[in-house]
Write a protein that binds this ligand. Structure first.
Ligand SMILES: Nc1ncnc2c1ncn2[C@@H]1O[C@H](COP(=O)(O)OP(=O)(O)OP(=O)(O)O)[C@@H](O)[C@H]1O
Length: 377
């Protein structure tokens, strides 16, 4: 469905690219999680699938949706792509809906973009869509205004709108983050059902690595516009390979674990004004060595066996870790099969220095539970 291949995005007047050599794939019916701290480039990566780039952005690499180069689309083809092939659901449903227009109007507008222009047919379809997303009493809801619905109900309306054109790819950008936990669970369940029934591919953006590990087939961890780690959700959770991934997990260890301790990652993620001659995470990495500040590790794909624990697994392009400092005490599927990635350091090309202190603390030891499989790291 989605094939992002070596996407680099440069903006004028920034010290480093917003995205650097980002690659990921989403297959039919697959959910791929995109995780990372604020500013790591998750939303920009997802928007690229809509052919939507920041003003003045210059790209290299490719973004293909069902084989079509999304970045090359213009005019009517681009409008059709955004209206029919790909749909995005954001965190705040109230921002997506006009407060003075009825729910039914929002849906019929989306249906018109998808080619349903007959008013009567569109109204009937709007009610059907609300029924599909599990909104009770849909015939009454279409006549209501957004302020008459709860946040969870509104997110269902937004998802109904996203489904109006039966898109092949759904981009969920923190789509459940603002909801209470029970509503969040219902919306996640709804999205899971829809993708199973329609084989829709989904890119699921979240700050919550535990949620991504539980909900997604594969997880891509981003840091400073780069892919830090890319593994099957199960492998990533059982044996995170990048110190940044381990740091994210240690920020929110699973409750109930006797030795669970919250360990924040020291420092802040870099801004676009920061550039690095070496690894962008070096300044915050508990395992950094002096050479990490001058050499950029290069991601090397693991062998297919390394991720074979994932049903319908990611195949040869899954399972990347872009740090050559691998955990010695937590062998994952990769090292167990003798196929640990051999990332090759290359001289960094960006100018500037890594700022901040290198933390001396050891990587976390809190164990966490894999919701799907019950394995621990
Ligand atoms: N149109 C733009 N012009 C300039 N900078 C931008 C633009 N869009 C995003 N950025 C910057 O690019 C970086 C990545 O932004 P992006 O929204 O993709 O990150 P994110 O990981 O999705 O963050 P969050 O989790 O907060 O949504 C940030 O530093 C952001 O300020």
């Amino acid at each position: 469905m989605l094939d992002i291949d070596g996407l680099t995005l440069e903006l004028p007047a920034t010290a480093r690219p917003l995205l650097s050599d980002v690659s990921l794939r989403v297959r039919m019916g697959e959910v791929v999680g995109l995780v990372g701290e604020s500013g790591s480039g998750k939303s920009t990566t997802a928007k690229a699938a809509l052919g939507m780039l920041p003003e003045g952005g210059v790209t290299t690499g490719a973004v293909r949706v069902e084989g079509t180069d999304a970045l090359a689309l213009r005019g009517e083809k681009l409008r059709a792509h955004r209206a029919r092939t790909v749909a995005m659901v954001h965190q705040d449903p109230r921002a997506a809906l006009n407060p003075v227009r009825r729910v039914g109007d929002f849906l019929t507008e989306r249906l018109a973009l998808a080619g349903v222009t007959d008013r009567r047919a569109a109204r009937a379809r709007a009610v059907e869509l609300l029924d599909t997303v599990g909104l009770p009493d849909p015939a009454r809801r279409v006549r209501q205004h957004p302020h008459e619905l709860s946040g969870g109900m509104l997110q269902r309306v937004v998802i109904a709108g996203a489904l109006a054109a039966e898109p092949r790819l759904l981009l969920a950008d923190e789509a459940t983050s603002a909801l209470d936990v029970t509503t969040q669970a219902e919306i996640l369940d709804l999205l899971r059902t829809l993708r199973a029934e329609r084989e829709t591919g989904m890119l699921f953006i979240t700050h919550d690595l535990h949620l991504a590990a539980a909900y997604c087939d594969r997880v891509v961890v981003m840091y400073a516009g780069r892919v830090a780690e890319h593994q099957s959700a199960r492998a990533l959770f059982a044996a995170p390979r990048h110190p940044y991934t381990r740091g994210l997990l240690d920020c929110s260890p699973a409750l109930g674990e006797e030795d669970a301790v919250i360990r924040p990652i020291p420092g802040r993620p870099p801004s676009l004004a920061d550039s690095f001659p070496g690894c962008p995470f070096a300044a915050r990495c508990p395992e950094a060595e002096p050479e990490c500040e001058t050499w950029t590790p290069v991601a090397t794909p693991l062998e297919p066996d390394a991720v074979s624990g994932d049903e319908g697994g990611p195949g040869e392009e899954g399972g990347e870790a872009s740090c050559r400092r691998l955990p010695e005490s937590a062998p994952g599927p990769a090292s167990a099969s003798g196929s640990a990635p051999a990332s090759v350091p290359v001289p960094g090309s960006a100018s500037g220095a890594v700022s901040g202190a290198v933390s001396g603390s050891a990587s976390g030891s809190a164990s966490v539970t894999v919701p799907a499989e019950g394995s621990t790291r």
